[in-house]
Design a protein around this ligand. Sequence first.
Ligand SMILES: NC(=O)c1ccc[n+]([C@@H]2O[C@H](COP(=O)([O-])OP(=O)(O)OC[C@H]3O[C@@H](n4cnc5c(N)ncnc54)[C@H](OP(=O)(O)O)[C@@H]3O)[C@@H](O)[C@H]2O)c1
Length: 259
Amino acid sequence: MKNPFRLENKIFLVTGASSGIGKEVAIAITKQGGKVIITGRNKERLGGTYKQLVDYKKNYMDTYDLENIDGIANWILSIIHKNNIRLDGFVHCAGINILKPTMILNNKELDKSMKINFYSGIELLRCLGRPKISNKNSSFVFISSVGGILGELGALAYCTSKAALIVAVKTAALELARFSYRVNCIAPGMIETPMLKQYKNLLLEEQISALPKKIPLGLGNPNDVANAAVFLLSDAAKWITGTTLVVDGGYTCGGRLTN
Ligand SMILES: NC(=O)c1ccc[n+]([C@@H]2O[C@H](COP(=O)([O-])OP(=O)(O)OC[C@H]3O[C@@H](n4cnc5c(N)ncnc54)[C@H](OP(=O)(O)O)[C@@H]3O)[C@@H](O)[C@H]2O)c1
C-alpha cells in the first residue's frame, strides 16, 4: 500500500530555502522522495542547501528577491516552462522580522514586511494555483507565526503580515477547492534559526535565558517545522485545508508560570 506521507513524483517550490526553516523544509521534502525548486537571495547559501538535497542534481535552484512582486510571475513561470515541469504546491518560508515599536515604525518598513511575508506569497499562489501549472491535489503552505495569533512587543509589522496569512488561507482554501487544491498555514513558535538569533541580539542576557522557560517543550528547531510542512504537503493531509497548524512546543497554550 502506498505510504500517504511520502512525496514521490511531486515537485514543490520552497522560498526562503537559503536559511533556517526553508532550508530544512527543502531537505525534508527530498528525504520523502519529492523534488524541489529552491529559492532565496543569497546564492552561496542557497547552493549550500542545494548540495544537501537528496539526489541534488534532480532538483532546481534559482535566486530571486521576492520584494520585486511584479517580476514574480515571469520569474517562476519561466523556470517551470524551461524545465517542462508541473508543480504540486509550495512552502512559502521567506520572511523578515522588522522589530520596531509601533510609534516609530514607518510605512516603508510596514510595506517591506508585507511585501516579503505576505504579498509575495499571495502572488505565488496566483501564479501557481492554476490547473495549467499545478497538478490536482496540490498543497500550498505558508509559514506564518504565533506572532500572527498573539502579537509581540515591537513587532507590529511582523505580526500583522503573519496574521494576514492566517486569514488569507481560509478564503484561498474556499476558492481553490474546486481544483482539489489545499491551502494552509503553519504557525511556528520560537525556532533556533538566524532570525531568532537576530531577535536575541536585541535582548538582555536574562531575557534570553528566560525565553525557553516560556515554552513548555523548550525552543524548537527547523526540523520540527519541516516535518509539519511535509505532512501538510502530503496526501496524508488530503482533507485539511484553510487551517493553521500551530507548531510551538506549547507556547500558545496559556500560562507563563514555570515549574
Ligand atoms: N525562527 C523563528 O523563531 C520563526 C518563528 C515563527 C515563524 N518564522 C517564520 O519562518 C520563516 C523562516 O524563518 P527563519 O527563522 O528560517 O529565518 P531565516 O533563517 O532568517 O531565513 C529567512 C529566509 O527568507 C529569505 N528572504 C528574506 N528576504 C527575502 C527576499 N526579499 N527575497 C527572497 N527571500 C528572502 C532569506 O533568504 P536570503 O537570506 O537568501 O535572502 C532566508 O532564506 C519566516 O517566514 C519566519 O517569519 C520563524
